[in-house]
Design a protein. Structure first.
Length: 279
C-alpha cells in the first residue's frame, strides 16, 4: 500500500485527507492519505524519515511551509523564489520539495473562466504572506503587468518586492481607491473573512466592471467579498477550488496517476464544510 499524509501543527481541520482518499477510492488505488500532527521541533526528523515510515511524501501546511526547506534535498525554481513549499515527494531516495499553491490558484480561475489571460493585467492583492508569494510567482510567470500589494505591515510587502522585483508595487492606505479603480483583478490572499477570523475591510464598489475578484478563503464557501463582488456583477472565483487544484500534482507524485477535480469532489468537500459550519 502506498501512503502519503499532510503535516501541520495543528492539523485536525485539514480537508486534504477527504480529497486524496476520494481520489484513491475513485481510481481504485491501494493507498491511504493521513493527517499527522508534527510539532515544529520534530519537523526535520519527520521529513527525513518519510521513507522509513512508509510514506511516498507529504503535504506541508501551517506553520511548516518555510521551515521544511531545510529538510529537503532538492527543490525547484518555485521554491527558490518563494522560500516556501507545500508538497514533498521522494525520487530515488532523494527528498524533493515544490509548491503547488500558485498553479492551484491559476487552475481555479481557469476552471471558472477557461479563456482568462493573466498577461498584461494589473492586479491588486491583499496580503503578503506565504500564499501571496506563491500566487505572485505564478502571476508573474504568466506575465502579469503589475501586482499592487496591500499589507498590514510594510516590512512583509517590501520582502515580496525584494523577491520579485519592480512589477511588485506597494499600496499605501490612502491610495487604495485609486488603485482599485485601475485594477483588472482583486485577490484576497489572507485569512481575513474566514469564519473566526477578522473581517476583510475593503470597499470594492469602484472596481472596473470587467474586474475579476478571487478569494483564497473557503470557509465560508462564499465570503462577504465574493458575495459583494457578485452583487456588483463582477467575475468571481471563490477559494475552495484552489484547495482542490493544488492537490492534483502531489497526488500524481505519490500515487502515479493524475486525478481530476470534478464537480462531485467539489460538492463532497463543500458539504463537509457546510456540516462543520452547522454544528
Amino acid at each position: 500500500m502506498k501512503k502519503a499524509c499532510v503535516i501541520g501543527w495543528p492539523i485536525k481541520h485539514s480537508r486534504s485527507p477527504l480529497i486524496h482518499n476520494y481520489w484513491l477510492k475513485q481510481l481504485q488505488i491501494d493507498g491511504l492519505y493521513e493527517r499527522v500532527a508534527v510539532e515544529p521541533n520534530d519537523l526535520p526528523g519527520f521529513i527525513r524519515n518519510l521513507k522509513q515510515n512508509g510514506y511516498q511524501g507529504c503535504n506541508v501546511t501551517i506553520p511548516h511551509k518555510e521551515a521544511a526547506l531545510s529538510a529537503v534535498d532538492i527543490y525547484d525554481q518555485i521554491v527558490r523564489e518563494t522560500r516556501s513549499l507545500n508538497t514533498i515527494f521522494l525520487i530515488d531516495d532523494k527528498i524533493h520539495g515544490t509548491s503547488t499553491d500558485g498553479q492551484g490558484f491559476l487552475n481555479n480561475i481557469l476552471s471558472y473562466y477557461p479563456d482568462y489571460q493573466i498577461q498584461g493585467k494589473t492586479i491588486f492583492m491583499i496580503g503578503a504572506g506565504g500564499s501571496a508569494k506563491a500566487i505572485c510567482q505564478k502571476l508573474l510567470e504568466e506575465k502579469a503587468e503589475t501586482i499592487w500589494i496591500l499589507n498590514r505591515t510594510l516590512e512583509r510587502a517590501l520582502e515580496l518586492q525584494q523577491s520579485f522585483g519592480s512589477k511588485i508595487q506597494i499600496v499605501h492606505p490612502n491610495e487604495i481607491h485609486h488603485h482599485l479603480k485601475t485594477s483588472d483583478m482583486l485577490i484576497n490572499s489572507t485569512s481575513q473573512g474566514m469564519i473566526s477570523q477578522p473581517p476583510l475591510e475593503i470597499e470594492i464598489d469602484n472596481l472596473p466592471k470587467h474586474a475579476l475578484v478571487a478569494d483564497i478563503v473557503y470557509v465560508p464557501l462564499k465570503t462577504k467579498l465574493i458575495t459583494k463582488a457578485e452583487s456588483l456583477g463582477l467575475k468571481v472565483v471563490p477559494g475552495l477550488g484552489m484547495l482542490l487544484h493544488q492537490a492534483v500534482e502531489g497526488f500524481q507524485h505519490w500515487f502515479g496517476v493524475r486525478p481530476e477535480v470534478s464537480q462531485q469532489l467539489y460538492d463532497l468537500v463543500a458539504y463537509d464544510i457546510a456540516m462543520e459550519q452547522s454544528k
